[in-house]
Design a protein around this ligand. Structure first.
Ligand code: GLC
Length: 435
């Protein structure tokens, strides 16, 4: 078997190995349940070699949809595990409409509509689209109505975990203003299989759990969550993914001859408000916005480039992002300290940490979205370099959760599904290189 075929078969073996039959675990030990945006990307990877199994992944994700349209961030495998927090802690029983499915009580970035469009473009199936479209539309409607905190049409996250970038330094100042009170006793499960040095600090973790306690005390009623959550943030990453997903949902509506007026309305509102809310003209960066303090969160992370994936910035702003930040060695570009793109946090940030979760390591999912964004702006050179780095990291260090941008060594969970899925997607037209 040649090197490229061996690489692909190793990636497929990870997805097969993490497969429960109905859904794919992100990683057998560290994440033994079904995660929302992981499953969307896993389905995309599966579609390259087992389309029926990709459909099953999506169907099983949609089993967790709540009656109000929310698609939860975790759907629990009934098989008990050492993962914390489990469904008993969330106290969400009775909410999902599918009998027997237990879930968390928050959502995650909406990659699903985009993935459906990508799969349909390569392997069209009107029957499958028709089957799942109504549920995806209901999730988007929930995002645009139940979490619009200020009438801007922008989605408001109520927990760092909703951003998918759980431990990002973007959240620290907001988290500092939260005082955990009467937090029920718990034991962390996330440091059993991965060293504490690569996971969140205890003080942050206590706040994560405190927030869940606030939500369950408010019985997950959307208006009450917006009124009582001490963490209310309009997140650049989430909203960029949502905008892109709305665009893709509109395409799906067109394919199915479904009315798209409602989706047009969401897109128009976001077009008007996105840059106004997030773009910082002085720094030339996109910043998240803290609703509680009414101010931008001035932390420079890789999420500032995500609007490229959404196709939002005008060409001048895109060029400014790329030339004044992406290509600057003291922030993101390779230098004597780092070799691999893209560090998830700017090296100029005081809390930059090469191996800790979202504070510096390279994530394959971010790279995949950003390569797509760079291509949309005609920067195929940078997109190719990013994909090259991603494939090289995986070929050298395995399919891991994240990678140290200094030497490419592996961190976090092992046999990580979305890395394997994206290895398949990225190498569809390429051969991985090792030097
Ligand atoms: C971590 C990541 C999150 C991901 C989950 C499962 O919590 O921060 O984005 O969905 O792991 O892989």
């Amino acid at each position: 078997m040649n090197e490229a075929a061996d690489f692909l078969s190793r990636a497929q073996a990870i997805l097969r190995g993490n497969d429960t039959g109905g859904f794919t675990k992100p990683s057998l030990k560290q994440y033994p349940h079904q995660w929302n945006w992981d499953s969307a990307i896993i389905a995309l990877g599966l579609s390259y070699f087992d389309l029926p199994r990709a459909y099953t992944e999506i169907r099983s994700l949609l089993r967790g949809q709540w009656d109000d349209g929310m698609l939860p961030h975790v759907i629990y495998d009934p098989v008990p595990s050492d993962y914390f927090p489990g469904p008993a802690f969330w106290k969400t029983d009775g909410r999902p409409i599918t009998p027997g499915v237990r879930t968390s009580g928050i959502t995650q970035p909406p990659l699903l509509a985009t993935v459906l469009r990508l799969i349909h473009n390569r392997q069209p199936s009107l029957d499958f689209l028709r089957e799942v479209y109504p549920a995806v539309l209901r999730w988007h409607r929930w995002m645009h109505t139940c979490r619009d905190a200020d009438g801007s049409g922008l989605f408001c996250i109520i927990h760092p975990w909703e951003s998918g970038t759980d431990d990002s330094p973007r959240w620290l100042r907001v988290m500092d203003n939260i005082t955990p009170q009467n937090v029920p006793g718990f034991h962390r499960g996330d440091t059993i299989h991965v060293t504490q040095a690569e996971r969140p600090h205890d003080a942050d973790y206590l706040r994560f759990i405190h927030l869940i306690d606030v939500f369950r005390r408010n019985q997950y009623v959307p208006q009450r969550l917006l009124a009582h959550s001490p963490f209310l943030v309009q997140d650049v990453l989430f909203n960029a993914i949502l905008y892109r997903a709305d665009r893709d949902l509109k395409e799906l509506a067109g394919i199915l001859n479904e009315p798209a007026g409602e989706i047009d309305g969401w897109l128009e509102q976001m077009q008007v408000n996105f840059d106004q809310r997030f773009w910082d003209e002085r720094d030339g960066l996109y910043y998240d916005f803290d609703i509680c303090s009414g101010s931008p969160i001035r932390v420079n992370t890789g999420m500032t480039f995500m609007p490229l994936y959404a196709g939002i910035p005008d060409p001048q702003r895109a060029a400014r992002l790329i030339e004044h930040h992406w290509q600057v060695p003291s922030e993101y570009a390779p230098d004597t300290l780092t070799r691999y793109m893209l560090p998830s946090t700017s090296k100029s940030e005081p809390l930059w940490d090469a191996r800790r979760y979202w504070r510096g390591p390279v994530w394959i999912l971010l790279n995949w979205m950003l390569a797509d964004g760079l291509q949309q702006y005609g920067r195929d050179d940078l997109a190719e370099a990013l994909e090259h780095d991603s494939l090289e990291l995986m070929a050298r260090s395995g399919f891991r959760e994240y990678y140290d941008p200094r030497d490419g060594s592996a961190c976090g969970a092992t046999e990580f599904s979305w890395s394997a899925a994206l290895a398949i997607v990225m190498s569809a037209n390429k051969t991985p290189r090792q030097d």
